[in-house]
Ligand binder design. Structure first.
Ligand code: PSV
Ligand code: MN
Ligand code: MN
Length: 388
């Protein structure tokens, strides 16, 4: 199937949320490389994120991380975003950078620590009310390092009770999104290590509690698209944190390590009704750009997602269905591969031009002078929060 006007209009339904932390300095536990011109506050992070949307038309919202993006006046932040042509998106909580949470947050045995962690989430919901955000995303660093360190069952029960209290405060138009991660920072067990645990926890809460699938949070060789299929089938795939990895939680540019995996994931999103206007699955990036420039790194990322979406939209579904029904293994697989191997880049350049966007967003950004301007104007930019 060729790139048609129908493909073009389905691509208009795409929105990919950017993480505010992608624009700050970041690194590994070995070294944080500082870059000239990085934002000094959340306002500047949003201005940078707006550059990505301006050049691609793909990223109308920016996710916040509290307390990294704490400000005195959220109405002003919201207005600032709107002035820059974007809106504020998901609010991410943070219970992993405080000494009190050494042994856990929502799972902690001590009710005063649990209270503090729950209250942090209630504060995040207050912020969502001011920013107009729909989603509260919770990723917990909770877990243990040694067998016997704590009672895993008790921790699971305490998380359930804590989440119940947080969920009770979620507004009618808001959602609680629970992310899972196989390991790190805890290494013996994580309290929310996999989609099944996240699914069990959110299912107990109610309709507006859903799962976040971070593509970097699985064991090597995990069939992630199977999880996508299953969560969509169960009506619980709330969002993606897209990034790519070679080894662990690498947070590299989405589609860089394994574009075919990204393609397969998006095929299942479309198949499961999670894409665009018909679906409720939010696309977000969760990445850091440690050694490359951050704004063009984000531009490349959203273009990679768009490119794999376009290829996924090209699958000849009637032929695929016929081949599957006939048990014609090679034709069925070949139909998928024909779409995957189609170079859609010229069509996407045209798609952009037809919508008043630059054919080559990375070149247009480089020519805009924005990078030089922020390097000259901003001194002493912030750290994204990682690799400190
Ligand atoms: C930690 O692994 C993590 O990368 C999770 O993926 C969160 O989504 C992100 O940090 C931001 O809190
Ligand atoms: Mn994530
Ligand atoms: Mn992660």
């Amino acid at each position: 199937m060729a790139f048609t006007s129908q493909t073009a209009s389905r691509l208009e339904e795409q929105a990919i949320e950017l993480p505010s932390w992608a624009f700050g300095n970041s690194g590994t536990r070995f070294k944080v490389f500082t870059q000239p011109g990085v934002p000094r506050d959340p306002f500047e992070k949003i201005a940078d994120a707006a550059q990505v949307h301006k050049h691609t038309g793909l990223s109308p919202t920016v996710a916040l991380h509290i307390p990294w993006d704490k400000v005195d006046d959220y109405a002003a932040l919201r207005e600032h975003a709107e002035d820059h042509g974007v809106a504020l998106g998901t609010v991410n909580s943070n219970t992993f950078q405080d000494d009190d949470y050494k042994l856990g947050s929502l799972a902690h045995r001590d009710p005063t620590i649990r209270r503090k962690a729950i209250d942090h989430h209630l504060e995040c919901i207050d912020i969502m009310d001011m920013t107009g955000s729909r989603d509260l995303k919770i990723w917990l660093a909770d877990g243990t390092n040694y067998p016997g360190q704590d009672d895993m069952r008790g921790r699971q029960d305490r998380i359930a009770a804590s989440l119940e209290e947080i969920y009770a405060r979620i507004g009618d138009e808001q959602r609680l999104v629970l992310e899972y991660k196989i390991f790190e920072p805890a290494f013996y067990h994580m309290d929310i290590p996999d989609w099944g645990t996240s699914y069990a926890q959110v299912s107990a809460l109610g309709e507006r509690a859903v799962v976040c699938l971070d593509t970097g949070h699985h064991a090597p060789s995990t069939n992630i698209e199977f999880i996508v299929m299953q969560l969509l089938r169960l009506g619980k795939l709330g969002s993606f944190d897209f990034n790519s990895r070679f080894y662990a939680d690498d947070d590299l540019i989405v589609g860089a390590a394994d574009p075919f995996q990204l393609f397969r994931i998006i095929v299942e999103v479309i198949r499961g009704g999670g894409y665009g206007e018909e679906g409720d699955t939010a696309f977000m990036l969760d990445q850091c750009h440690n050694i490359e420039d951050k704004i063009p790194g984000q531009i490349r990322s959203v273009l990679n997602v768009q490119e794999m979406t376009a290829r996924a939209l090209l699958i000849d579904l009637p032929s695929l269905d016929a081949a599957q029904a006939a048990g014609d293994v090679l034709t069925a697989n070949g139909t998928m591969m024909d779409a995957f191997y189609t170079d859609v880049r010229p069509d996407l350049a045209t798609w952009r031009q037809e919508r008043g966007l630059p054919a080559d967003p990375i070149a247009a950004y480089a020519a805009s002078g924005y990078q030089q301007k922020i390097a000259a104007d901003r001194v002493g930019g912030t750290q994204a929060g990682w690799g400190a």
